[in-house]
Design a protein around this ligand. Structure first.
Ligand code: GRF
Length: 202
């Protein structure tokens, strides 16, 4: 299976996914990494490993539809079976999302449906949460609301600040995202009535 990863920044989830793919001999490979910012750190990392790494700079497209279309063209050039959003910080339009429906995954650093959107760790601390986590979900037009594939949970500890919490959650993202992608490429995920069913019943 062919995987295209979209990033906006450092790309640590992209790294974790690529590493797991290659080390564990999955029936899948990361064929391209596309960023919306030329300075995204993950682009260089990918290029150094021989992965096609390109940028579709959102600043060159004042209209979101035009950006989405350019992005879709860049993605489709690699004929992916799965498109993975890994710290991709642009909101995608409904047409774009529908084009990849059922093969578009995202990871969000909260226990959805709690805290969609930005600043999740700060908001969790302000709400007095005693546990937080991350969610892998299929992408639907409504931001951070698609069918949930997998979640991780970590405790909120005394003395935590936003950075400490983010780091604790991120370490679990690097575990659950590759696992969720592996289930996808092995054909184990099915969506029924907006809920993810694991085909093996595991
Ligand atoms: C992660 O916390 C992810 O959940 C969120 O943005 C961050 C991206 O980190 N959407 P990285 O670029 O994968 O290191």
């Amino acid at each position: 299976k062919r995987i295209v990863i979209l990033i906006s920044g450092r790309g640590s989830n992209m790294e974790a996914l690529h590493q797991r793919c290659t080390e564990q001999g999955w029936p899948a490979q990361v064929v391209a990494v596309i960023a919306n910012r030329p300075q995204a750190g993950g682009l260089a990392w990918a290029a150094e490993r021989g992965i096609a790494a390109t940028c579709v700079d959102h600043r060159a497209y004042p209209q979101r539809e035009a950006f989405d279309a350019a992005l879709a063209a860049a993605i489709d050039a690699h004929a992916p079976d799965l498109v993975v959003l890994a710290g991709f910080m642009r909101v995608l339009g409904a047409d774009f999302v529908r084009r990849y429906e059922g093969r578009l995954l995202n990871i969000h650093p909260s226990l959805l449906p709690a805290f969609p959107g930005l600043h999740t760790h700060r908001r969790a601390l302000e709400a007095g949460c005693k546990a937080v986590g991350a969610t892998v979900h299929f992408v639907t037009p409504e931001l951070d609301h698609g069918p949930i594939v997998m979640q991780s949970v970590v405790p909120v500890l005394p003395g935590d600040d936003e950075q400490k919490l983010a780091a604790r959650v991120l370490a679990t993202e690097h575990v659950i995202y590759p696992l969720a992608v592996r289930w996808f490429v092995e054909g184990k995920l099915r969506v029924e009535n907006g809920l993810v069913i694991q085909a093996d019943g595991a």
